[in-house]
Design a protein around this ligand. Structure first.
Ligand code: SF4
Length: 224
């Protein structure tokens, strides 16, 4: 059960709230976009795998050189696992990440002709790729709407009364019903940016929040 029982999580009300906050978020964060740096779907896939339990800034530092060394899925697939581990070590959890990257790229080479597949079903067959990573790749590299449920989206969805689900997959499906599909990717980026800048985990800055008048948790620490 959610701790914030005092928030009403009705679907219609939540959809209305999304409608109300959308123009404000759009005006506040016109440049909101993914913080990971990439130039093609493969680079975004690798960067997203590396970003687990790691800051985007650190990942960008590491991938700057990494993407010069490994340019294709085949480069990753044939690389020595220990070498990959060493190259990505500073992003943390490097053994698992190296296994997943090599495994995903091997499958991309063997099953998809060396190209990252541009649909959810196929992306989910790649080692280390769950719906969050797949949505991120689809939304930002392929222009196919995707809702990325990271820690900020989970936290803010609760505070804003959009969904009480903390499970990322359940939350994704909840949000998909109340956010117009064409806005899925940009809505995710704006909520993530708002979570980073104002509605922070420990101490949300409600007095400075441009969507406070639409937020049932505004100024209520018991609901944070
Ligand atoms: S009013 Fe406060 S709790 Fe609500 S979205 Fe803004 S910062 Fe977060």
């Amino acid at each position: 059960m959610a701790k914030d029982k005092k928030i009403k999580f009705g679907r219609q009300q939540a959809a209305q709230r999304v409608n109300d906050i959308w123009p404000i978020l759009k005006k506040t964060y016109p440049q909101a976009k993914i913080a990971l740096e990439f130039v093609n779907p493969l680079e975004l896939l690798i960067a997203t795998i590396l970003s687990a339990q790691c800051t985007d800034a650190r990942v960008n530092m590491v991938t700057k050189d990494l993407f010069k060394k490994y340019k294709s899925a085949a480069d990753w697939a044939k690389a020595d696992l220990r070498q990959i581990e060493s190259d990505i070590k500073s992003t943390g959890f490097f053994r698992n990440k190296a296994l997943n990257i090599k495994g995903a790229c091997t499958r991309i080479v063997e099953q998809y002709g060396g190209e990252v597949p541009g649909n959810m079903e196929d992306l989910l067959t790649l080692p280390g790729v769950g719906r969050k990573t797949a949505n991120c790749v689809l939304g930002d590299a392929f222009g196919i709407p995707g809702i990325t449920c990271d820690t900020h989206v989970i936290r803010l969805s609760g505070r804003l009364g959009l969904s009480e689900n903390k499970d990322p997959v359940k939350l994704e499906f909840d949000l998909a019903e109340i956010v117009p599909k064409k806005r899925w990717t940009s809505f995710s980026h704006m909520i993530i940016t708002h979570g980073r800048n104002i509605c922070k985990a420990r101490k949300p800055d409600c007095p400075s929040c441009p969507i406070a008048e639409h937020c049932p948790s505004a100024g209520k620490p018991e609901l944070w």
